[in-house]
Design a protein around this ligand. Structure first.
Ligand code: 5AD
Ligand code: SF4
Length: 435
């Protein structure tokens, strides 16, 4: 019997890429590949790339450069590039880096086994189509192995919003939703294998329309699955928070009180130039409605500083929005011009201005994050335990609000849900005791 071939996947970027990499590894498993943690003993190396911000393609080329020695020593080694850089660069990757055997865009992963076979036959294999069929339907189904307590599940991909800074509508294509029945059956399968929390993924997850009642309807369907304890979803656009989804935050117990709802900027002038299609007041009204049904909701957001033409006044309005909303966590970025997007053609601000604004914005967000975390001390939360901590007898899990919580919890296993009293707040996590 021949030894199984080894596959090394390096994943960049968002949670959707993490999910895609898992599914690709499974599909390649049915082709006789087993996963390895190191490129050194791999028979195939796959880079699952991200193109959202600057220098993405350059990073991929320099990573590829590092594999030159490996390829020289082992000519049978196959090297592939997947993900959004593959989509954006296409054949250019093979021109610039001839040792690449295979290029596959995010919508063509179900063709990976066939592309691999072609690469093994010595061909250059490329697929960056946006086919009609559901790639997940055609990927080998997940094997029945036991899983950790928390899993991602992609429900939609792509985006039709065309924010002026963003490459996603170009790299991931138009919005496509997976049918609810398929998601429900994948979720049941995950639960049978030990999963207790599912995070629904989509570039614009609340634009989901694979269920007649949208994402709210899908969440209610998932909530009916016995053994599934928690549901989360990410990433949302404010304009797609419909009435039913807002109501679900109040009446669906399994939907966790944590919402990632990016606004990007706080000035109407910049929101308009970003083509966000909403104002700051629309955002405030939406948050008021959400907090009316779920007062303890923790909000998270994404912010871009230094967008073209952003003035000091515009930036001050972003800080003011953050003060008013109070975020439990947030991600913030300097604007980086992406080739092919409208904002890349406009006059750019200097790096110094962007650095200064990012620094001030992050200082405010960190203060807020810490204050909300500190306010948990003395409260009793529910923790879904995920893994042992560093100390003997210690377990680490997540609260409803997505805070990491460390607990001395002898006898508690991964997958258990327990009430925990928070006794201390550290820089990045909480410490608690079983209540
Ligand atoms: N420059 C900086 N940040 C960006 N994002 C998307 N495109 C850009 C860009 N060109 C950020 C947005 C988005 C997050 C995933 O990445 O804040 O919500
Ligand atoms: Fe990009 Fe999100 Fe805007 Fe879509 S809604 S274009 S994914 S930032």
């Amino acid at each position: 019997m021949t030894a199984p071939k080894k596959l090394f996947i390096k994943t960049y970027g968002c949670q959707m890429n993490v999910y895609d990499s898992e599914r690709m590894a499974e599909a390649m498993g049915s082709q006789g590949y087993v996963a390895t943690d190191s490129p050194d003993d791999a028979d195939m190396i796959l880079l699952n790339t991200c193109h959202i911000r600057e220098k993405a393609a350059e990073k991929v080329y320099s990573e590829l450069g590092r594999y030159k020695g490996l390829k020289a020593a082992k000519p049978d080694l196959k090297i592939g590039v997947a993900g959004c850089v593959a989509q954006a660069e296409g054949e250019e990757i093979m021109r610039r880096q001839p040792m690449v055997d295979l290029v596959v865009g995010p919508q063509s992963y179900h063709r990976l086994p066939e592309l691999t076979a072609r690469a093994q036959a010595g061909e250059k294999a490329l697929d960056t189509e946006f086919p009609e069929e559901d790639k997940f339907e055609h990927l080998a189904s997940r094997p029945k192995a036991k899983r950790g307590p928390s899993a991602f599940l992609t429900v939609q991909e792509g985006c039709d919003k065309f924010c002026a800074f963003c490459v996603v509508p170009y790299t991931r294509g138009a919005e496509v939703s997976r049918p609810a029945a398929r998601i429900l059956s994948e979720a049941r399968d995950l639960v049978e294998r030990g999963v207790r929390e599912i995070t629904l993924l989509g570039q614009n997850v609340n634009a989901y329309h694979g269920h007649e009642r949208g994402l709210g309807g899908l969440i209610r369907g998932l909530a009916a699955i016995d053994g599934l304890a928690r549901i989360r979803f990410t990433t949302s656009h404010p304009n797609d928070m419909d009435d039913d989804l807002i109501a679900a935050h109040g009446d669906c117990e399994k939907l966790m009180p944590y919402l990632h709802l990016p606004v990007q900027a706080g000035s109407d002038r910049i929101l308009k130039r970003m083509n966000r299609q909403h104002t700051r007041d629309d955002y405030f009204r939406l948050i008021d409605r959400l907090r009316a049904v779920r007062p303890d909701l923790h909000l998270s957001g994404d912010f871009i500083v230094g967008f073209p033409e952003e003035t000091d006044e515009d930036f001050a309005l972003t800080l003011d929005l953050i003060e008013r909303v109070e975020y439990g966590s947030a991600f913030s970025f300097k604007y980086s011009p992406r080739p092919g997007t409208p904002a890349a053609e406009r006059d750019q601000l200097t790096e110094a201005v962007k650095d200064d604004r990012l620094h001030r914005l992050q200082a405010l967000l960190t203060r807020q994050q810490r204050a909300l975390q500190d306010a948990m001390v003395g409260r009793v939360v529910t923790v879904l335990f995920e893994k042992p901590g560093r100390m003997t007898g210690q377990m680490v899990g997540k609260s409803e609000y997505l805070h990491a919580v460390h607990v001395q919890a002898e006898g508690v296993s991964a997958g258990d849900l327990r009430r925990v009293r928070i006794v201390e707040s550290g820089p990045n996590s909480l410490r608690g005791e079983l209540a």
